[in-house]
Design a protein around this ligand. Structure first.
Ligand code: ADP
Ligand code: ADP
Length: 228
C-alpha cells in the first residue's frame, strides 16, 4: 500500500514560475524510487515539501495517512532526510551525532538501536571518532545514521552521490539496498540516468516542475531504447 500519497501538488516560489506543477504520485511501502531530472527540475522542492521544509502552494501530501499540513508531528516521525550538503559538527563523535538527532525527534536514548544502526552502516568501529576525522564516504554514512536515528519508515536521499567517486557510489548503492531489504522505503533524487537505473525499482522523470512519467525501471529502460 502507499506510504506517501501526493495529490495535485504545486509550488511557486514568490512570483516565479512553477517549481512544481500539479504532481500526483503514490509511493509504495518498501520500494526504492528515483526522481530523475536535470538541475532545476523541481526534485529538491518535491522532497522538501514532503519533509515539511517548504510549504506547497496547492495540493496535498499524506505520509502514512497523515496530512502534512494538519498532522505534521505524526508525519515527520515516519520520515528521515539525508540532505545534499555534508554539514556535521566537526568535533562531535559519530555516536553523539546520532544520539543528538534522536533527541531532536523527541526520542529517548536507545543505545542498543544506535549500536545496531552504526553497525549496519559499518560505522561502529568509528563510533568514538570525531566527524572531522572521517572520510567523505563515512561522513555520508553518518548523515544516513542521523536520518535513521528515530527509526523512520521512509528515507529521502537528495543527490546521494553528487560529486562522489565510483567506489563511494557503489558503497551508497549497497547501503540503499540494505535499507530497502530492512523494509525502509527509499526515495532518492538524481540527474544521472545510470544512477536511477542502478539503484531504483521505479523511476519518476521530472522536468520543469512536471512529473512526466513514473515507471518500473525495466519498462523505462526499454523505452529509452536500451544501452546494456
Ligand atoms: P532540482 O532539485 O531538480 O534541481 P529545485 O527544486 O531545486 O530543482 O528547483 C526547482 C525550481 O525552483 C528552479 O527553477 C529553482 O530555481 C527554483 N527554486 C528552488 N528553490 C527556490 C527558492 N528558495 N526560491 C526561489 N526559487 C527557487
Ligand atoms: P554559513 O552560514 O556562512 O554558510 P557555516 O554555518 O557553514 O557558515 O559556518 C559557520 C562557521 O563555522 C564558519 O566560520 C565556518 O568556517 C565554520 N565551519 C563550518 N563547517 C565547519 C567544519 N566542518 N569544520 C570547521 N569549521 C566549520
Amino acid at each position: 500500500s502507499a506510504i506517501i500519497e501526493i495529490d495535485h501538488l504545486s509550488k511557486r516560489y514568490g512570483s516565479g514560475t512553477a517549481a512544481l506543477n500539479d504532481v500526483s504520485l503514490n509511493i509504495e511501502e518498501g520500494e526504492i524510487l528515483a526522481l530523475l531530472g536535470p538541475n532545476g527540475a523541481g526534485k529538491t522542492t518535491m522532497i522538501s515539501i514532503i519533509c515539511g521544509l517548504v510549504r506547497p502552494t496547492g495540493g496535498t501530501v499524506r505520509v502514512g495517512g497523515h496530512d502534512i499540513r494538519t498532522d505534521w508531528r505524526a508525519a515527520r516521525k515516519l520520515i528521515g532526510l539525508v540532505p545534499q550538503e555534508i554539514l556535521l559538527e566537526p568535533f562531535e563523535t559519530v555516536r553523539d551525532c546520532v544520539r543528538f538527532t534522536r533527541g531532536l525527534y523527541g526520542e529517548g536514548p536507545d543505545e542498543a538501536y544506535v549500536e545496531q544502526l552504526l553497525r549496519s552502516l559499518a560505522l561502529w568501529d568509528k563510533r568514538d571518532a570525531k566527524t572531522r576525522e572521517l572520510s567523505g564516504g563515512m561522513k555520508r554514512r553518518v548523515l544516513i545514521a542521523k536520518a535513521l536515528s528515530h527509526r523512520p519508515k521512509v528515507l529521502f536521499l537528495d543527490e546521494p552521490t553528487a560529486g562522489v567517486d565510483v567506489t563511494l557510489r557503489r558503497e551508497m548503492w549497497q547501503v540503499v539496498r540494505e535499507l530497502s531489504a530492512q523494509g525502509v522505503t527509499v526515495i532518492l533524487t538524481t540527474h544521472y540516468l545510470e544512477e536511477a537505473e542502478d539503484m531504483a525499482d521505479r523511476i519518476g522523470v521530472i522536468n520543469k516542475g512536471e512529473l512526466l512519467l513514473v515507471k518500473p525501471k525495466a519498462e523505462l529502460m526499454g523505452e529509452f531504447g536500451k544501452k546494456h
